[in-house]
Design a protein around this ligand. Structure first.
Ligand code: COA
Length: 322
């Protein structure tokens, strides 16, 4: 059985943090942040608002904006997140409990900013296996709770948000073959520590905050993502010109521009959420989709390439038809 994305929903906290918010905390300014990242503002969750709350709100928004769609019959929930409320229970189980969904498989995916696309690929596999028919795929993060506000090279990047796709069985092929992979040798270049103070035999800071080697991640992302776009097109026997839109993870506008330039693909067909929401990790792709959808850009029949990448360093990409 094939599968399709039936609907998308998002949630972003109401607290807007403009670039000037950082000016009295670290040595930075609005111009530097915009010119080096493309970010104008981001959203921060309230102190008592957690990733599971944002997952629930994204699903509620999907239901409110898509009359006729219900969660009845959802048989699997996948949540991409690196900022879960706690290690267990999973965020997926908390969504299951909120909506009282019986007989629903629940699993969190730890693939950093690629988590949402990993979820779509896994949902396609569950439906293709014939064991499942209706899957909620979420990407949700409260990065603001894990940000080191003394590190000016990383703290200006991150924001909070959540997105969800309802994936259902379909007669027609609407979610094409995906690509996945990881280069674990880059473990220390982007990490959020917990108990251990060593990654790949190398010392890391065990302070429970996000750390990154921005330059290394930037270079890896541009090279690898350009290759992966070509690979996705090749395995699906499609040409770049047949894509209506590309949604690359919104990590930094300059990464997106560099990939577009490398591919010779028009920047106005690269959909992003970086300007309004910053880097929201696994939530960035559904947030970009939602912004474009509400702006009237995405139309039925459009083909969209989705490609996430992040800590691992890992990536997942897939082409979908709306
Ligand atoms: N405000 C002002 N100046 C800053 C700054 C800030 N917030 N952060 C760094 N700088 C300074 C640096 O200290 C450096 O100064 P120097 O030249 O005197 O040494 C200068 O700006 C340039 O720093 P550099 O690190 O070369 O900037 P950059 O252009 O590489 O941008 C990042 C830094 C982090 C924005 C960029 O590397 C990046 O986005 N990398 C990818 C990160 C990412 O995507 N992570 C998540 C992946 S999912």
């Amino acid at each position: 059985m094939n599968s399709k994305i039936t609907a998308i929903g998002v949630y972003a906290p109401s607290k807007i943090i403009p670039n000037d918010w950082f000016a009295d905390k670290i040595e930075t300014n609005n111009e530097w942040i915009i010119s080096r990242t493309g970010i104008k503002e981001r959203r921060f969750s309230e102190p008592d608002e957690y990733t599971s709350d944002m997952c629930v709100k994204a699903v509620q928004n999907l239901l409110a904006e898509n009359p006729g769609i219900t969660v009845d019959g959802v048989d699997f929930i996948l949540v991409g997140t690196t900022t879960a409320d706690q290690v267990m229970p999973s965020m997926a189980s908390q969504v299951q409990n909120y909506f009282k969904l019986p007989n629903t498989g629940c699993l969190d995916i730890m693939a950093a900013c690629a988590g949402f696309v990993y979820g779509l690929i896994l949902a396609k596999g569950l439906i293709a296996a014939g064991t499942h028919k209706k899957v909620l795929v979420l990407g949700a993060e409260t990065l603001s709770k894990f940000t080191d506000y003394t590190d000016r090279t990383s703290c200006i990047l991150f924001g909070d948000g959540a997105g969800v796709a309802l994936v259902e069985a379909s007669e027609k092929l609407k979610i094409f073959s995906g690509v996945t992979g990881s280069d674990g040798s880059h473990g220390k270049d982007l990490y959020l520590s917990q108990h251990a103070s060593v990654v790949n035999g190398e010392q890391i800071d065990p302070n429970g905050k996000i750390h990154q080697n921005g330059k290394v991640v930037f270079k890896w992302a541009v090279q690898t993502m350009s290759q992966k776009v070509r690979e996705l097109l090749s395995i699906n026997h499609l040409e770049l010109e047949q894509l209506d839109w590309v949604i690359l993870h919104s990590a930094n506008l300059r990464i997106i521009e560099a990939v577009a330039s490398e591919l010779n693909y028009p920047m106005d067909k690269m959909l992003t959420s970086i300007e309004q929401f910053g880097n929201t990790s696994s939530a960035s792709i559904p947030l970009s989709w939602d912004l474009a959808s509400k702006a009237g850009k995405i139309k039925p029949g459009n083909k969209i390439l989705l490609l996430g990448f992040g800590g691992g360093l890992t990536y997942a990409g897939v082409i979908v038809e709306v």
